[in-house]
Write a protein that binds this ligand. Structure first.
Ligand code: CA
Length: 246
């Protein structure tokens, strides 16, 4: 059995990184294509049709953010943003524009490859609600509805009290996992595994940041959440609405 080597488009303007990545990722079984600025990235993307993009944030000509946005208008290809240390705000923006994950320079090749494999694997099983919903056979199986929060997996749509709410990919996945187990606590480890992949090696604060953003969009008062509640020392729970039996 032969497995086609995944093609990664490395968008990077620092030659030392380009060299290290070309060699390192080659050893890991990736086919490596390189673009050295944002404009070239868009051209190479169209030419190569990569399975994954490793996208440096600070690039000549067109910034990594704009490249990401541009690609997202036509493709859901996995994108991992590469940021420099201290680019906290840029990191957040990077995920808001539709990147799947990010790594901070300097990073270790092993960590990078783990993240790359994780996003590729998640792309093969694109829905976090997988197990339960996939066994069904109707389109209704793709919808979670708890109280006034409704999440439509297939259409990638969320509404709260009938009003559409725009959620970036990770927040969407996180909400889907919580809704799938509404009324029950989901541990931090489980959430990280389901949303970021089981070999996720990043900062666990990432989870809290995403929960916070989710609350800002779902809760009437995000400082005293009534939907996404913290279960101290364990994880989070999506509360079912009270008075269901009434
Ligand atoms: Ca750069």
């Amino acid at each position: 059995m032969t497995v086609r080597a995944p093609t990664v488009l490395v968008v990077e303007d620092e030659e030392s990184f380009v060299e290290a990545l070309t060699i390192g990722l080659g050893h890991e079984g990736f086919r490596v294509e390189v673009a050295r600025d944002g404009a070239e990235a868009l051209l190479r993307f169209a030419d190569v049709g990569p399975d994954l993009i490793l996208l440096d944030l600070m690039l000549p000509k067109v910034s990594g953010i704009d490249v990401c946005r541009e690609i997202r208008t036509v493709s859901q290809v996995p994108i991992i943003m590469v940021t420099a240390k201290g680019d906290e705000i840029d990191t957040v923006v990077g995920l808001e524009v539709g990147a799947d994950d990010y790594v901070v320079k300097p990073y270790r090749m092993r960590e990078l490859v783990a993240r790359m494999r994780a996003v590729l694997r998640r792309r093969e099983e694109p829905r976090p609600g997988g197990g339960v919903a996939r066994s069904g056979d109707g389109p209704d199986d793709e919808v979670y509805e708890v109280g006034d929060v409704r999440l439509d997996v297939t259409r990638h749509r969320v509404t709260v009290r009938g009003e559409p709410v725009d959620l970036p990919l990770k927040e969407f996945d996180l909400l889907a996992v919580l809704l799938e187990r509404a009324g029950r606590v989901v541990s931090r480890d489980r959430l990280i595994e389901r949303v970021w992949g089981y070999d996720y090696v990043g900062d666990t604060k990432t989870l809290d940041v995403h929960v916070k953003r989710l609350r800002a969009k779902l809760e009437e008062d995000p400082s005293t959440p009534t939907r996404v509640v913290t279960v101290r020392g364990v994880g989070y729970r999506f509360e079912e609405p009270p008075g269901r039996e009434a």
